[in-house]
Design a protein around this ligand. Sequence first.
Ligand SMILES: Cc1cc2nc3c(=O)[nH]c(=O)nc-3n(C[C@H](O)[C@H](O)[C@H](O)COP(=O)(O)OP(=O)(O)OC[C@H]3O[C@@H](n4cnc5c(N)ncnc54)[C@H](O)[C@@H]3O)c2cc1C
Ligand SMILES: Cc1ncc(C[n+]2csc(CCOP(=O)(O)OP(=O)(O)O)c2C)c(N)n1
Ligand SMILES: [Mg+2]
Length: 575
Amino acid sequence: MSKKTVAELLVETLAGAGIERIYGVAGDSLNGITDSLRKRDDIQWIHLRHEETAAFAAGADAHLSGRLAVCAGSCGPGNLHLINGLYDCHRSRVPVLAIAAQIPSNEIGSGYFQETHPEHLFAQCSHYCELVSQPEQMPRVLEIAMQTALSRRGVSVIAIPGDVGLRDAVEQQPRLHFPEPKPNVRPSDDEIAALAKILNQSKKITILGGAGCAGAHTELIELAGKLKAPIVHAMRGKEFIEYDNPFDVGMTGLLGFSSGYHAMMNCDVLLMLGTDFPYQQFFPEKATIVQIDLRGEQLGRRTKLDYGFVGDTQTTLRALLPKLEQSKNDEHLKASLEHYQKARKGLDELATGETGRKPIHPQYAVRVLDELAAENAIFSCDVGTPTIWAARYLTMNGQRRLLGSFSHGSMANALPQAIGAQVSHPGRQVVSLSGDGGLAMLMGDLLSLRQLQLPVKVIVFKNDSLAFVELEMKAAGVLDFGTDLHNPNFAKMAEAAGLLGLTAETPDQVEPMIAQALKHDGPALVEVIVSRQELSMPPTITLEQMKGFSLFMLKAVLSGRGDEIIDLAKINLFR
Ligand SMILES: Cc1cc2nc3c(=O)[nH]c(=O)nc-3n(C[C@H](O)[C@H](O)[C@H](O)COP(=O)(O)OP(=O)(O)OC[C@H]3O[C@@H](n4cnc5c(N)ncnc54)[C@H](O)[C@@H]3O)c2cc1C
Ligand SMILES: Cc1ncc(C[n+]2csc(CCOP(=O)(O)OP(=O)(O)O)c2C)c(N)n1
Ligand SMILES: [Mg+2]
């Protein structure tokens, strides 16, 4: 029997750790690895058209499963293409390992064909990034990379020259055979007592929850019930917090609900749980702020902080709940919930479609999709206006999932993430809410839907523009420029690529076409011709007010009404 190669040991180590697939694009320098994959049936090669897609897809896979996912690119330009997707994975704290093949080891440093230095390139978007330069390092370096991605939640990269992969392995087996550790992390007893005291003494408490509340829904609802506290969520917390939640008052932030904003601004104590909500302008200035996060380094990052605690949300709340007294004061909660109902009603009124009337409101298309989609559908939304519609019109229910490039904010994420979702969850309905700009940016991988037989449904919001940027330009008082898109007929293009392709031009076509696409046994694309400026800027905000501020710098929530920005700094609806 021939000896095992380093590449074979690499693949065996991955398979042994339960990795079922590697997303990537093949290349000479990856030959050792792809050839090892070819010979096994317990780990698949997911062949894509662009490495950026591979990285986003791996990130989606990891986000949905909570487990390590792997992507790969060949030397130089091949792995360089991974970088934007890897940034996204790293900033979203999902465990992803990237295999960056390297040029022949004896050529490193000579300016050889395709030479780059992955250890430098990926240093900023990874916790661990090392070159495997000799067989003795395998599998140890790979195992450290995997362990680091998992335990620190983020990206690890190993760079490996093609020739090193083809050499004989020294070690013959993976060395680590233990299940992923799952420690309980919580504040000390004294800290829990101090936290309980602060909360027991306060009457107007608002909870701001984020993605770090995943898995702690029961405890979160019990907490809100005891404190009579409205719960505001940050975008990445939507899928974990919004459902079955009688305390829900919506999202905060520019794209949020005015009710979310007010619930935060009008509290005496803001309790932040597992959130890194980034916009400083939306935090209350006078309230006492308490933050609980699994990572100490996250404490006080976004706002001044009065108390900070390190703990996992669920474990911490379990320790805290018995120490809390039942609050009897529900004034703040009631006011916040009433405000939420009003805000919700206002948004729902915009999500309508009149027969034959063009163009279609994008809100309407998403409302229809929300109604028709499966109870356990997985959605992804592009950065741009699809993020707004997803935040406001997709209903989460504890089974549905929502993917986006929320922390890194990269365009073109939705289709690649949908690919990763569908590959890793073959039985689930997966829907990509794509911008026409976003789809075009990584459009090559529409072809992958057919090739990999992935029944992803792509809804394209065709507004012939980079609408979100146009909105920001208007807000900044500059004339919009460079935002026009001369689009093809995406439905015909989809047909040519072997997908079902449909075009909805009028509201009455939206429901039957989305229904047809969802039922279709294979990939489908519905282009929806939507209005270009659904949220126009208010005439009352002057250039002077805007000067030097990006839209995100404004202390404002974009009113769903499309005719105003509610300058929330000036209005206090509770007074
Ligand atoms: C175009 C665009 C517009 C946007 N507008 C908005 C907006 O208006 N409003 C909005 O909210 N967002 C908006 N976002 C998203 C925003 O940029 C942030 O990504 C988002 O607010 C962060 O959500 P989060 O705090 O839930 O998640 P993260 O930023 O991922 O933070 C999660 C926190 O939880 C901690 N954590 C993880 N696990 C645990 C655990 N088990 N226990 C305790 N802590 C844990 C982490 O350490 C981290 O600090 C927008 C994004 C885009 C692209
Ligand atoms: C890779 C990348 N390039 C540019 C941007 C800036 N940007 C943010 S949203 C956006 C427009 C997105 O257009 P589209 O996908 O058509 O969505 P729309 O807002 O029109 O619905 C742009 C250019 C970005 N976030 N990411
Ligand atoms: Mg667009």
